[in-house]
Design a protein around this ligand. Structure first.
Ligand code: FES
Ligand code: FES
Length: 155
């Protein structure tokens, strides 16, 4: 049976009726139309559904919507400020790190947690941070380059 919950997404509080088994990914995409967060495997294996919950990068497909009450959620739609792309979004464009783009939003959200805690990461720290985000297109080097570029541009 559905229950009414209150969750904060990108700084906005939403009252929603959700079933106990509804994932955060389902609620974001199907209830709120926030389709920047992608559905890939839906089983915790690809990372394209990554969002930030309380600042931590988390797979939204493996997170019950009910469990995020009281914890601010940020999706890719929430990182643009005053019409300006987040430094990571701009760096992914500038470094050519976007091909089909299906992995990109999740990878940026994982990288965002890294840069918030390690502002000048080395390559191994970057690769570790995005190890849970699969990309079938880029071979990862351009993604690593983009995250380094974002770090440099934010310094
Ligand atoms: S869709 Fe969540 S990890 Fe693949
Ligand atoms: S750019 Fe296509 S999966 Fe990463």
């Amino acid at each position: 049976m559905k229950q009414l919950i209150s969750i904060e997404i990108n700084g906005e509080v939403h009252e929603l009726a959700v079933a106990p088994q509804d994932s955060l990914l389902h609620v974001l995409r199907e209830e709120l139309g926030l389709i920047g967060t992608k559905k890939g495997c839906d089983t915790g294996g690809c990372g394209c559904c990554t969002v930030q919950i309380d600042g931590r990068a988390v797979y939204s497909c493996m997170t019950y919507a009910m469990s995020v009450q009281g914890k601010p959620v940020v999706t890719i739609e929430g990182i643009t400020e005053n019409g300006q792309l987040d430094p990571l979004q701009q760096a992914f464009i500038d470094a050519g790190a976007v091909q089909c783009g299906y992995c990109t939003c999740g990878t940026i959200m994982a990288a965002r947690e890294l840069l918030a805690t390690v502002p000048d990461p080395d390559e191994s720290q970057i690769r570790h941070a995005i190890a849970g985000n699969l990309c079938r297109c880029t071979g990862y080097q351009k993604i690593v380059d983009a995250i380094k570029l974002a770090a440099a541009n934010s310094a």
